[in-house]
Design a protein around this ligand. Structure first.
Ligand SMILES: NC(=O)c1ccc[n+]([C@@H]2O[C@H](COP(=O)([O-])OP(=O)(O)OC[C@H]3O[C@@H](n4cnc5c(N)ncnc54)[C@H](O)[C@@H]3O)[C@@H](O)[C@H]2O)c1
Ligand SMILES: [Fe+2]
Length: 387
């Protein structure tokens, strides 16, 4: 019996499968669009993916489309304001975002600003967006963030050297289109980092205080899929079965965090992104084994289940030893896919730790989901271990 009431939100429609991207034009029309504004990762032009999106949109009767590709990696508030202004100036009545988390979060911001006054900064926080923007279709290309599913979007504020979040169900798109074929051109390092981000989502959501039986279903299956497919997707990006497994894992993990949230790993990793501009996936991957290690005693059974889903043999182990395998399994996976193992490998030194702890402790939204209480001295000890 569920002890608390859990709310479960996902996009009204999720279209999944090889070739699904070709449906974007029909979906835009179904949503009443006549002027589609497409916000796309600039690298997608070289792959021909944006041409296909534009052709699908422009192939619809009475639908016009304009392409915008000035998306910044891990977007700043300034870059997002430019995208939102361009969408408004075009008078778009449907917005399509395609790319990684950077393009999708830029699109989410542009959508919300079509029908909510002021600037993006007015909506930093939880539940501050008043109403939905124009209809939105989001299409991920790397398998990682799950941004096409979640109510979250994240932006870099250079003046504060912080990443800030907009969290609102109004930013969940109307349609998410997930097409594993779009992931075939993603380079190995990006596949590795985004895949480890998806693993952080799945493992954190599964062990979050806000986890529910509904999110557990998606979170644990996402862990299993990542354990089965990430190594192959990095080693041989042309392996469609591995790419398909990762595409599904990413969207399942997105469903899980969209409803159960993340916790210790993301909380400790955001200051690495804001203060040192380490990319999101790498920052999470660096801290994942340490976060799992610290949290394991909060729920030995769930942490053992994560280890098992990642392929670790746990039969015959004590509950404590089985739970400890979860951190080890995450470490082995990140080593195998070539992610840095230590913060010092990405330029972090002991003199940086004070400010990292300060930044991490501000992430109250995420600590509220953590299954073990974390004090500043705990955060410091974990970060020092990860140096
Ligand atoms: N909204 C959410 O719920 C959520 C969740 C997690 C992370 N994020 C945010 O997402 C951002 C990171 O997103 P990301 O990890 O997807 O990285 P990204 O969007 O910055 O993309 C990484 C790289 O992959 C390239 N790329 C993307 N698709 C490609 C393709 N098909 N072929 C070749 N190259 C391709 C991009 O050009 C870029 O160089 C961060 O700002 C993070 O905070 C958001
Ligand atoms: Fe993430």
């Amino acid at each position: 019996m569920a002890a608390t009431v859990a709310t479960f939100r996902i996009p009204a429609q999720i279209s999944y499968g090889c070739g699904a991207v070709e449906t974007v034009g029909a979906e835009a029309k179904r949503l009443g669009g006549t002027r589609a504004f497409v916000i796309a990762d600039p690298n997608l032009q070289k792959t021909g993916i944006t041409d296909r999106v534009m052709a699908s949109l422009q192939g619809q009767e009475r639908v016009e489309a304009r392409l915008f590709t000035a998306v910044e990696p891990e977007p700043s508030v300034q870059s997002v304001a430019a995208a939102a202004a361009a969408a408004k100036e075009y008078g778009c009545d449907v917005l399509v975002g395609i790319g990684g988390g950077s393009a999708l979060d830029t699109a989410k911001a542009a959508v919300l600003l079509t029908r909510n006054p002021g600037s993006l900064e007015d909506y930093f926080g939880i539940g501050l967006v008043k109403q939905r923007g124009v209809p939105a279709i989001l299409i991920p290309t790397p398998s990682g963030t799950g941004a096409e599913i979640t109510p979250n979007s994240l932006f870099y504020v250079p003046a504060l050297k912080e990443k800030k979040a907009v969290v609102s169900p109004h930013t969940i798109p109307d349609v998410a289109i997930i097409d594993p074929l779009l992931t075939l051109t993603v380079p190995p390092q990006v596949t590795a980092a985004t895949g480890m981000d998806a693993l952080s989502h799945a493992a954190e959501a599964y062990t979050s205080l806000n986890a529910s039986p509904m999110t557990d279903l998606y979170a644990l299956e996402a862990v299993r899929l990542i354990g089965a497919h990430l190594r192959t997707a990095v080693a041989n990006g042309a392996d469609l079965a591995a790419r398909e497994g990762m595409a599904r894992a990413s969207f399942y993990a997105g469903i899980a965090i969209g409803n159960a949230g993340t916790n210790i790993v993301h909380a400790l990793a955001y200051p690495l992104q804001g203060q040192h501009r380490i990319t999101h996936g790498v920052a999470n991957s660096l801290l994942l084994p340490y976060g799992m290690e610290f949290n394991a005693l909060s729920n030995l059974g769930k942490f053992a289940a994560v280890a098992e889903a990642l392929g670790e043999p746990i039969v015959g182990l004590s509950p404590r030893a089985a739970a400890a395998k979860s951190a080890e399994a995450c470490r082995l996976l990140s080593m195998d896919v070539g992610i840095p193992q230590r913060m010092r490998e990405v330029g972090i030194r002991s003199e940086h730790v004070d400010l990292l702890v300060e930044g991490a402790m501000k992430m109250t939204r995420l600590w509220a989901n953590n299954p073990r209480q974390v004090r500043a001295e705990d955060a410091r000890a974990i970060l020092e271990k990860a140096l």
